[in-house]
Design a protein around this ligand. Structure first.
Ligand code: NAD
Length: 360
């Protein structure tokens, strides 16, 4: 028996093709009629089209979302919320845009409709990471959980293949850690396996044909499943490492998840091989770490921290930061072994190389 406590989150999820056309209906259902649409600068055009389609139900567009939710950007958006008298936000984009919507909701309690266009999974979580003075802090609050998610597979076709792969691996990472976390539960573990399997099927097909709508739908479904896992249970070493590398060394989010995942899994598989067996099975590999590593290679994911711009001289400092605030992990956190793991990831060696001969 594995005893557990589980409190499901409440969200309305609309999934399909062309569903962006349903934003107006969702606003009406919630008695909302003054939406501020949020995007990044890169997706401004899509935001403009949505504002136009919503007509009188939209009051404007804020196209300034950027990665890691800097507080000064949130303040600029809040200014616009107030000036325009917005009664909700509609976030159209990846994790950065969803993050901005959450930061606004935290401060105003405004409802959020989110239309995710990447596989980051933030839409399904009550988690918000924000950056101020170069420091990224993360909090959990139901205030930031979006009320409605509209998944429109058509909007994901424009996600470039490289980002499709890294974003997909970012999603897989949520589900992998959800399988062995201390507060796991059987339902969430089923969702985790389902999410990993969907992305494992879909990503290779999307690489072959970017506009394969069936594969795109499978990937988006997998991303929802993996995001649901992230929203439901705690994470461990992999997410901590990525948080440190992104927050303190400015490495790109999805790419960092892609590089670190096989290495963090090799570190932890010594303690939780049984929990990770479904991952090994999905990738038809003797171990989860080896399966993820092969998958990364065949899908053309980045394989080294070096290529993401990490400096080798910063690896010691990264380990120091990782160990500064203790957190739960199934395998004891040993500085020398963590340093070895980062070294493997830096040079792109097979996961677990530096752990050979180390006490488990
Ligand atoms: P992102 O949102 O920064 O997107 C990267 C770029 O791709 C942006 O320019 C974006 O506009 C563009 N893009 C997104 N979808 C596109 C599409 N379909 N077509 C064309 N361009 C598209 O990156 P991300 O990886 O989605 O999100 C990363 C951020 O999300 C980080 O800040 C991370 O901390 C956060 N995040 C938070 C959670 C959470 O639960 N709080 C979970 C995952 C990620």
């Amino acid at each position: 028996m594995y005893p557990f406590v589980y409190q499901p989150l409440s969200q309305r999820v609309v999934f399909g093709s062309g569903t962006i056309g349903q934003v107006g209906d969702e606003l009406s259902r919630m008695n909302l009629g003054r939406a501020l649409v949020l995007t990044t600068a890169q997706q401004e055009q899509s935001g403009r089209e949505l504002v136009e389609a919503l007509g009188a139900r939209a009051v404007g567009l804020f196209a300034g979302a950027v990665m890691h939710t800097p507080v000064d950007v949130t303040e600029a958006a809040l200014h616009q919320v107030e000036a325009l008298g917005a009664d909700c936000v509609v976030s159209l984009g990846g994790g950065s845009t969803v993050g901005l919507g959450k930061a606004i909701a935290l401060r105003t309690d405004l409802p959020q409709i989110v239309i995710p266009t990447s596989y980051a999974g933030s839409e399904a979580t009550p988690i918000l990471g924000q950056t101020e003075n170069g420091i990224k802090t993360t909090q959990r609050s139901l205030k930031v959980l979006p009320e409605v998610i509209i998944y429109d597979v058509d909007l994901t076709v424009s996600l470039p293949p490289k980002m499709t792969v890294t974003s997909g691996l970012n999603a897989i990472a949520h589900a992998v850690e959800g399988l062995y976390t201390q507060d796991r539960n059987p339902i969430i573990s089923i969702i985790a396996r389902e999410g990993i399997a969907a992305l494992a099927r879909a990503l290779p097909a999307i690489i072959k044909r970017e506009d394969d709508l069936e594969a795109r739908a499978d990937a988006l479904y997998g991303a929802w499943a993996c995001g649901t896992v992230l929203g439901a249970v705690g994470m461990a070493l992999h997410h901590k490492v990525c948080h440190v590398l992104g927050g303190s060394f400015d490495l790109p989010h999805a790419e960092t998840h892609a590089v670190i995942l096989p290495h963090a899994v090799a570190y932890n598989e010594r303690a939780v091989a049984e929990e990770l067996a479904p991952v090994a099975d999905i990738f038809a590999s003797p171990t989860a770490a080896a399966g993820l590593w092969e998958f990364s290679k065949t899908t053309g994911a980045p394989l080294t921290l070096a290529e993401l711009g990490m400096a080798e001289a910063d690896l010691d400092r990264a380990v120091e930061i990782m160990l500064a605030n203790p957190y739960w992990n199934p395998q004891p956190l040993v500085g020398e072994q963590l340093r070895g793991m980062l070294d493997d990831a830096f040079f792109g060696r097979a996961p677990g190389t530096s752990l050979q001969g180390q006490p488990s």
